[in-house]
Design a protein around this ligand. Structure first.
Ligand SMILES: Cc1cc2nc3c(=O)[nH]c(=O)nc-3n(C[C@H](O)[C@H](O)[C@H](O)COP(=O)(O)OP(=O)(O)OC[C@H]3O[C@@H](n4cnc5c(N)ncnc54)[C@H](O)[C@@H]3O)c2cc1C
Length: 412
């Protein structure tokens, strides 16, 4: 975020995150990318020690009661490291949203506070082998049995499958519910209650976040660990999607920014046909495009953050957050691709980190809701809103010379 978009407090946390990112050893990034580190617990602990996670939450639980803009400003700075580290910095915000907004006092003390203190690591288990986009199509079940729920099923691609202590798991409590959105509930499941993590994927990028498959085989979860109650999973999901999508939208801006710096320096120094390649419009315009794409992403993320900070109509928030997620992840991926092109062949090697960022960035428009799912939400909220209330600005349909030719306006 640019300084002029932020208050003094927001700029201060942004600077703190910027300085923090400089302290992270490059070996960590490289070893994660080589799959030599599966889950960097120390990194999350350091984030917590520096009070850089859970910024929006109440101080009582270790938060800082800051704005969405502050959180996004900080995350852009941390996102410059890699997609996986940006994600690990985001998970306390994503899981924390469910606990903070809907959890009981006891759940907040027992789970949210240690997560924000960096003592426990959290993960979100939503996607199943049979699909991630169709949230209500989940097949993992939770059956009440006295003081417990018994969970059975599988989740896949869970960041922190390797490494996390606490999983927020969506499971069906009423698979035959008349209304699908009342069929699912959210549970806090501790790893040591019998969760098995089986398989760490060979990922194209975003390595080192411990992404794997989880198995629940008769896992006993105390009934106090349900969040908000049976059938409330859908409501919580809608709320959790704000930080989930906002953090995806924002972290990647940091990566694009870093790649633009590398490509700009390269274009000023690299000589071809007797002059620096930046003198060729074909090269410098690629950077101009990358800057436009990244600034457009930043502007939309900031707008969505402001909508959340000022408690705008939830339908508008959902639309703006989905637009920010789609536009930012697609734009920043394109911006990073442009930077790689500016570097020519050397950009395709690990001499520069742009190829790593490129592999990382490809994921961003897939996870936390694909671009196609973002479009579903955007158009849905648009038409819902449109049907409810016609625009109160000038209706330009009458501004055509032949606008009264009603017999030419054929709709069926
Ligand atoms: C490295 C990695 C980390 C991840 N981390 C997590 C995590 O921590 N926790 C977690 O729960 N999940 C996680 N995910 C899962 C991720 O969110 C899902 O992969 C994603 O939501 C898509 O689900 P899917 O892969 O099952 O694809 P599907 O849902 O099967 O979709 C396949 C394709 O069909 C399209 N499609 C599906 N339905 C529609 C529709 N109605 N209209 C138009 N197009 C549609 C999709 O857009 C997509 O292009 C992670 C994934 C990866 C790869």
């Amino acid at each position: 975020m640019y300084n002029f978009m932020c208050t003094a407090e927001e700029n201060a946390i942004k600077l703190k995150a910027r300085e923090f990112a400089k302290t992270i050893p490059r070996d960590l990034l490289i070893e994660m990318d080589k799959d030599e580190i599966q889950y960097p617990t120390e990194f999350v602990k350091q984030l917590a020690a520096n009070k850089l996670i859970g910024l929006r939450f109440e101080k009582e639980f270790g938060g800082q009661e800051m704005t969405w803009v502050a959180e996004m400003a900080a995350l852009e700075e941390i996102g410059i490291l890699s997609l996986a580290l940006g994600c690990l910095a985001s998970l306390p915000s994503i899981c924390g949203e469910a606990l903070h907004t809907f959890g009981t006092e006891e759940q907040k003390q027992k789970f949210l506070a240690p997560i924000l203190a960096g003592e426990k690591f959290c993960a979100e288990a939503l996607t199943e082998p049979r699909g991630g986009s169709d949230f209500y199509g989940a097949t993992t079940t939770a059956v009440k049995d006295g003081d417990h729920y018994i969970l059975n099923g599988q989740k896949r691609f869970v960041v922190g499958a390797e490494g996390a202590d606490i999983f927020l798991v969506y499971a069906k409590t009423d698979p035959k519910a008349e209304h699908r959105h009342k069929s699912i509930s959210l549970f806090i499941v501790e790893r040591d209650s019998g969760v098995e993590a089986k398989y760490i994927y060979g990922l194209m990028g975003c390595r080192g976040g411990g992404a794997g498959r989880l198995y629940f085989r008769d896992v006993k979860v105390p009934k106090e660990n349900i969040i908000l109650g049976e059938g409330e999973g859908g409501r919580i999901f809608n709320q959790m999607m704000y930080p989930e999508r906002m953090t995806s939208a924002c972290g990647i801006i940091g990566m694009a920014k870093g790649c633009i710096d590398i490509a700009s320096r390269y274009a000023m120094k690299r000589i071809a046909f007797g002059k620096p390649i930046r003198k060729f419009e074909a090269v410098s315009f690629k950077l101009a495009d990358a800057l436009c794409l990244t600034d457009a992403a930043r502007s939309l993320v900031y707008t969505a953050a402001k909508a959340l900070d000022t408690n705008q109509d939830p339908a508008l928030c959902r639309r703006l957050v989905s637009e920010a997620k789609r536009v930012s992840t697609e734009n920043c991926y394109k911006a990073i691709d442009n930077c790689l092109q500016v570097l020519g062949g050397i950009g395709y090697t690990n001499v520069f980190p742009v190829e790593r960022m490129f592999r990382d960035a490809r994921l961003a428009s897939i996870w936390t809701g694909t671009s196609e799912i973002m479009n579903l939400i955007i158009q849905h909220e648009h038409f819902q809103q449109y049907r409810k209330k016609a625009p109160d600005y000038r209706d330009i349909e009458g501004d055509a010379a032949e606008c009264e030719a009603e017999d030419e306006k054929i709709y069926e």
